[in-house]
Design a protein around this ligand. Structure first.
Ligand code: ADP
Ligand code: MG
Length: 694
């Protein structure tokens, strides 16, 4: 699909139609082969042209068999001298072996499970290419090599004397056949590959048609990367066009509700706070106020590392809407966090005469009365704040007169959820907050339709956090240290990766099993247990006990990862730290260092292999969330960081979100300079996706 749409940009819509035709249009593809291609998810000509090789083989020079070296991958070319099945272990195992000769020496090729077709395929006298690693020198032997029959014919120039592509295959479709089909497809349809007329900058790259040829049949090894970059750029351009187009359409349809407020509530709120806002917080609030008084609904992402004080900014934004006579909805990813926000907002806003209610799935416990369904005309109800979890998304919950939607910890929600909450109002303003420092590459891709505010510094006067990496043999000393802090009046988190112990991962500790031990180790201090399998009431109770310092050690799963704020807790112990992603550990660490006391994060791992240690040491070295996220992205790929977001991402064949930072920037610039008309054409497949009426 991707490419069709791009092509429509510069040509009449049906010009590239051939490319979206079925593979049977290609010489050599009948119904049978079309079905085989279907198994590789190739259902159009274009799919085949964009089926990327998984590796290449330089067949300009082959290695002589006598020059093969142990364990080094190589390709040789020779004739079969002998071939046949060998039985052993009383015939219960049948191995197939063939011997290849290239004039310099002999190579034994073995397959440990003989297949019936082998004897009729590996016929003495036939010439074969063999790719593999030598696993024995005397005699020279390769087990399970890849092979290709150099069938006599006039298509030798496709398969030899060049760098050839080896494509991902499926049973019944050999390398050679697939390569021939790709070649044929290029011959027939290269002329139909349109060049998107985007920008002169693209001249730095080969044309799209050329890039497609080069990715399959490069002249030099270096051509492959050049071609890949060109094709990746096209993918990113399409992605950015969709994002920008969506945004433009949104702005055409939507008018911003007047929500800049009049400071009537804001002034007493700010003077009642025990601290004054940091310059970072003030700057972000100014950005928000401009948006909320502007012509379009705000679509803003507030990114700020854990503990930098986003909640109070959210409260100020809420006040602006309330002052302007509109209601506010706040959605958080977990009940614990929703309840915490509910308490915090109640404490802040109720003294100002504002209503705050809570809506969670299981326990719409306290104060469930959302605004009455049919307000009497005469008595206008005052604007109010509704805090909740996903429960807010259910149809049952009506959110009237919505002026502002705030979503905390955005990365836990998908784009679809975000939009379905927004749709409960008539183009309300939207503020999404995240503590996950999304590396810029991903940010531009995922949140390209949002304006970005970044909060750099945490509030002053915070204790700093020391991070330590320890082997599990030091556990007793770590607990002793924790007790020491408790004696000084502080509290601690002790985190485990699992709720229940399981057979499979014997070494990985589970919170339910360790709880007893911790209780004993911490006595006379009290420990509380928190994990996802508890009921809402139980979770609330243990959180309340911890918040009020009736419990000093909170033994938990990563459930406390997001947003929990207990300033008196100064120690974060994570057992089996190797089980967590770096970004996740960074979030966990962010639970401490929130008060004025010095804080400690102790990462315990029982497998301190070099790589595990190197990973954890990154955390010990830096508290810069962005750097940590970049490292995580490199080591674990984008999945971890994206969470549910990932589902909203189109499949990239050539682009790589973790490493193609430059290309993503380039694509964004190209699209920003584009005329709106061509972008609209480009994005017509997704028309209306974001509009309130969709
Ligand atoms: P996060 O950005 O992770 O959501 P929070 O909003 O939970 O961070 O804030 C962390 C802590 O910092 C809270 O206890 C909050 O009251 C406090 N805080 C926020 N802003 C300031 C400030 N300007 N000065 C001092 N403390 C602040
Ligand atoms: Mg928060």
């Amino acid at each position: 699909m991707a490419i069709c749409i791009l092509q429509e940009m510069s040509h009449p819509p049906n010009f590239g139609a051939a490319l979206s035709g079925p593979p049977t249009l290609i010489h050599g593809v009948g119904e049978e082969r079309a079905a085989l291609l279907g198994r590789l998810k190739i259902t159009t000509v274009q799919d085949l042209l964009l089926h990327p090789p998984r590796r290449y083989e330089d067949r300009r020079h082959f290695l002589s068999i006598c020059d093969l070296r142990l364990e080094e991958p190589a390709t040789v070319r020779g004739r079969i001298q002998a071939a046949g099945i060998k039985s052993f272990k009383r015939g219960s195992r049948r191995m197939f072996e063939m011997v290849l000769d290239d004039g310099s020496g002999r190579l034994h090729c073995r397959w440990w499970q003989a297949q019936s077709w082998m004897e009729t395929w590996y016929v003495p006298g036939r010439e074969f290419l063999v790719f593999g690693r030598l696993n024995r020198l005397k005699p020279r032997t390769m087990d399970h090599p890849e092979t290709e029959w150099c069938e006599p014919g006039d298509d030798e120039f496709i398969h030899a004397n060049r760098i050839v592509p080896i494509h991902p295959l499926t049973e019944g479709l050999s390398s050679r056949v697939l390569r021939t089909l790709v070649w044929n497809a290029l011959e027939q349809f290269e002329k139909d590959v349109a060049e998107p007329t985007i920008h002169p900058d693209l001249k730095l790259y080969p044309s799209r048609a050329n890039a497609i040829r080069m990715i399959h049949f490069p002249n030099e090894p270096a051509d492959v990367e050049v071609a890949r970059q060109r094709l990746a750029l096209d993918e990113f351009v399409k992605l950015q066009s969709q994002i920008q187009g969506r945004r433009r359409r949104f702005q055409e349809q939507a008018r911003g509700l007047p929500c800049a407020g009049n400071n009537q509530l804001m002034r007493p709120f700010l003077s009642g706070l025990p601290f004054s806002l940091t310059s970072s917080q003030t700057r972000v609030l100014r950005e928000i106020r401009t948006d909320m008084g502007g012509p379009y609904p705000m679509r803003r992402l507030l990114q700020g590392d854990v503990g930098c004080g986003k909640t109070v900014v959210a409260a100020c934004a809420a006040l602006m809407a309330l002052e302007s006579g509109f209601n506010v909805a706040i959605m958080a990813p977990t009940e614990i966090l929703a309840v915490q926000h509910y308490h915090q907002f109640s404490q802040w806003l109720k003294p100002l005469g504002m209503e705050v209610s809570l809506q969670t799935g299981s326990a719409s416990g306290k104060n469930v009365e959302s605004p009455p369904a049919h307000p009497p005309q005469s008595a206008p109800i005052p604007p109010s704040v509704t805090v909740g979890t996903h429960a807010l998304l259910t149809a049952r919950i009506e959110l009237r007169n919505l002026g502002l939607v705030i979503i905390d910890e955005q990365h836990k929600f998908g784009v679809a959820q975000r939009e379905s909450l927004v749709r409960k109002g008539h183009f309300p303003h939207l503020l999404v907050m995240t503590a996950t420092p999304i590396p810029r590459t991903l940010g531009l891709t995922l949140y390209g339709d949002l304006d970005l505010s970044v909060m750099e510094r945490g509030p002053g006067g915070r204790g700093n956090i020391k991070t330590h990496v320890r082997g599990s043999d030091k556990l007793a000393r770590v607990f002793e240290f924790v007790r020491g802090r408790m004696t000084e009046g502080r509290q601690a988190y002790i985190i485990y990766p699992r709720v229940q112990a399981s057979e499979e991962d014997g070494d990985v500790k589970a919170v339910t099993r360790e709880f007893q031990k911790i209780q004993e180790a911490m006595a006379p201090f009290k420990a509380g247990l928190l994990h996802g399998s508890l009921t809402t009431r139980e979770k609330e109770e243990v959180m309340a006990a911890f918040r009020e310092n009736r419990v000093q050690a909170l033994v938990a799963t990563s459930l406390v990862e997001v947003g929990v704020d207990v300033p008196n807790a100064t120690v974060m112990v994570v057992e089996n730290a190797e089980q967590f992603g770096l970004a996740q550990l960074h979030q966990l660490r962010g639970r401490v260092g929130r008060g004025s006391h010095e804080s400690h994060c102790i990462l315990i791992s029982n497998s301190l292999s070099d790589s595990a240690k190197a990973r954890l040491d990154i955390l010990a070295k830096t508290t810069d969330g962005f750097q940590i996220a970049e490292e995580d992205l490199k080591m674990r790929g984008p999945g971890e960081l994206l969470g549910q977001q990932q589902s909203g991402l189109p499949e990239l064949i050539f682009g790589n979100l973790a490493t193609d930072m430059n290309l993503i920037h380039q694509a964004r610039n190209l699209v920003m300079q584009e005329k709106p008309e061509s972008i609209r054409v480009l994005d017509n497949s997704k028309a209306g996706q974001v509009s309130g009426k969709a």
